[in-house]
Design a protein around this ligand. Structure first.
Ligand SMILES: Nc1ncnc2c1ncn2[C@@H]1O[C@H](COP(=O)(O)OP(=O)(O)OP(=O)(O)O)[C@@H](O)[C@H]1O
Ligand SMILES: [Mg+2]
Length: 602
């Protein structure tokens, strides 16, 4: 028998005794049946009298006035004929018996609290909902605990049957789902997205695999929400990703995007640096011509000679004009013109520095930049993501995710546009982080609505660099920006192959909730086993010896504490479909178990 049942049984017996005592007090109130006289308690009725009295109660008692109902009428007459002190004594006894009847309730609650303290219970929704004045917290149900780790003695195990929910700030701990093909990641993400849409949240969904836009639309329909599809697809909105980005930010984004192409090794870092510097210089020049100020504009400047010649000639003209103007201007106006001239001269110098590099460095940098930029000039891509002027209707802004609770699906087919599509989505993600960062700093924007970020096959568009803005730095602030995110990939190896060991570790360190579906990937399994740690168990060995010539055996028993891993790799291979091992952070404490995951089929 489990500890829980052992503790619960006496409680249940007490509850029954209390209930019988309460019926007895009811019987004593009307003087039903023969009383047994006891020296201190006075007239005592058997519990059977109480049950008989209760069974005589029926619907008529409620409908008929008490004068007309025989039983209640008898109770009142009995009371009226009795001396007030006797009534007082009977009432006091009844109250005491009722109280005794409720003791088991309290007892059971205490037992539950004790058991839950041992087994880590997730916080309940109701408890948090009752915070006065505050909006209801976001609640995401992850799944239902099987109690398997608890059974194995894991200190952070969860009680079997517990509905595991992330509530409020726990959701912002961000979640990484790992698992092999067809293990159930997407079905689970569907469930989280649906729950997000059913609550008053914004959502940004990256359709990395190319088949998720239909699913997102269907989930939004079920939740009664509208989705704005951005980029490709029927009725999709066209946007300008370069909108509102300074050349410095453009360079920082380019550095992050180059990581997608070149990885994290030292050689690649060199190209990233030179590529980012060149981007800063050229974007600075292109700023003078708004219709050219975009990544496709950058591409044309770098790779189309005629375009570069035209921009350079027009910049020279502008500089001459500004220098003339500075001569005749005075005060603040003159200072502004001089500042503009100095800035553009700085950009020209940056571009000139690049052209002084060796031929190999120049062509290496161009090749790397071209990996990101080449497909941005494909007319459909340029039209979808780098529209010079904002399109008709509502201009696109990531801020509307938290201001209006919008739901965006970013659609850019990876299979068709490869690395450029990945770069465009990563770029959009960085823009989203910038909008969320603005919310963190500014006080005059909506600061309560949460925004969910959903990225299945995240290894394709993840950018982590030591400098500037990238995924792990944005995730580190997610609690403050009111963002929460769900990332999914097939394995830790898929992530490390893209990001390198160090940066993959930096990313997952910020994804505090880890959910591992069926997996055969060694790296994934080792990682989780390491997190689960070991438990100490008592190894008992018995021995029997018989002395020569003796009839009796002497028995010996030795105990030795030993360490053993909480789980073993077989656990991951044997996980049933729809089950996953969840390592969660609930209320800043670890809570781990094999869960039957919430799933939504579309
Ligand atoms: N609408 C559906 N109806 C029935 N079964 C489905 C449906 N969608 C998915 N499945 C099945 O459920 C299982 C889990 O699918 P899911 O798409 O969640 O896997 P996944 O982990 O995302 O895999 P992948 O890495 O290939 O994307 C698969 O066996 C799949 O065939
Ligand atoms: Mg999937």
């Amino acid at each position: 028998m489990s500890t829980y049942l052992r503790l619960r049984l006496p409680g249940a017996l007490m509850l029954t005794a209390g209930a019988l005592a309460a019926t007895e007090s009811a019987a004593s109130a009307i003087g039903a049946g023969p009383a047994h006289h006891l020296p201190i308690f006075g007239d005592v009725y058997s519990p059977l009298d109480g049950i008989r009295w209760l069974s005589a109660l029926n619907g008529h008692c409620v409908i008929q006035p008490w004068q007309q109902h025989t039983l209640l009428h008898r109770a009142v007459t009995h009371r009226c004929a009795t001396h007030p002190s006797v009534i007082l004594a009977i009432n006091a006894k009844a109250a005491a018996l009722f109280a005794a009847g409720f003791v088991p309730f309290a007892g059971l609650r205490l037992v539950e609290v004790a058991v839950n303290a041992q087994t880590k219970k997730g916080r309940s929704f109701a408890a948090l909902r009752s915070v006065e004045g505050a909006p209801p917290p976001l609640v995401i149900e992850i799944g239902r605990a099987t109690g398997e780790l608890n059974k194995l003695g894991h200190a952070a195990g969860i009680r079997k049957g517990q509905r595991v929910r992330l509530v409020g700030p726990d959701v912002s701990q961000d979640t990484l789902a790992l698992g092999g093909k067809g293990a159930g990641k997407t079905l689970w993400i569907n469930s989280v997205l649906l729950q997000t849409l059913q609550q008053d949240c914004g959502a940004l969904v990256f359709n990395v695999k190319g088949d998720y836009d239909g699913t997102a639309l269907e989930l939004a329909r079920r939740a009664g929400r509208k989705v704005r599809v951005i980029g490709f697809g029927e009725g999709a909105e066209k946007i300008n990703l370069n909108n509102g980005i300074s050349p410095e930010m453009g360079a920082a984004y380019m550095s992050a995007l180059l990581l997608l192409a070149g990885g994290q090794d030292k050689g690649a870092m060199f190209w990233n640096q030179t590529g980012a510097n060149l981007t800063r210089g050229v974007l600075g020049l292109l700023q003078c011509f708004p219709y050219r100020y975009s990544f496709p504009g950058l591409y044309r400047y770098l790779f189309v000679k005629a375009e570069r010649a035209e921009v350079d000639a027009r910049i020279a003209e502008l500089l001459t004009k500004w220098r003339e103007a500075a001569k005749s201007a005075t005060g603040e106006r003159r200072a502004a013109i001089v500042e503009q001239i100095t800035y553009i001269e700085g950009c020209i110098l940056e571009v000139a520095n690049f052209h002084e590099q060796t031929h190999d460095i120049q062509s290496g940098t161009r090749t790397h930049l071209s990996m990101i930029l080449s497909k941005t000039v494909v007319p459909e891509v340029e039209n979808a993501f780098f529209l010079p002027d904002e399109g008709d209707g509502k201009p696109f802004r990531f801020e509307s995710l938290y201001e209006d609770g919008d739901v965006f699906v970013i659609n850019c087919p990876l299979q068709e546009y490869g690395l450029s599509a990945a770069a465009i989505m990563a770029f959009a993600k960085l823009q989203f982080y910038a909008a969320m960062e603005k919310r963190r700093i500014r006080k005059d924007v909506n600061r309560t609505r949460r925004v969910g970020l959903f990225i299945d096959e995240c290894q394709e568009i993840t950018t982590c660099s030591r400098e500037g803005m990238s995924d792990h730095t944005a995730l580190a602030k997610s609690r403050d920006t009111g963002m929460f995110s769900v990332w999914a990939t097939q394995s830790m190896s898929a992530l490390t192959a893209k990001l390198g060991d160090e940066m993959a570790a930096a990313l997952v360190a910020n994804l505090r909730n880890r959910i591992v579906f069926r997996s055969e990937n060694k790296r994934t399994i080792e990682d989780v086993l390491y997190l689960l740690g070991q438990i100490e168990f008592d190894r008992k060995s018995t021995s029997e010896t018989r002395q020569p010539g003796s009839w009796f055996k002497s028995k010996g028993e030795t105990h030795a504490p030993q360490l053993q891993a909480v789980a073993n790799p077989a656990l991951f291979r044997s996980l049933r479909a729809s089950h996953a091992l969840a390592l969660l952070s609930i209320d800043n404490e670890s809570a781990d178990d094999v869960l039957k995951m919430a799933q939504v089929f579309v």
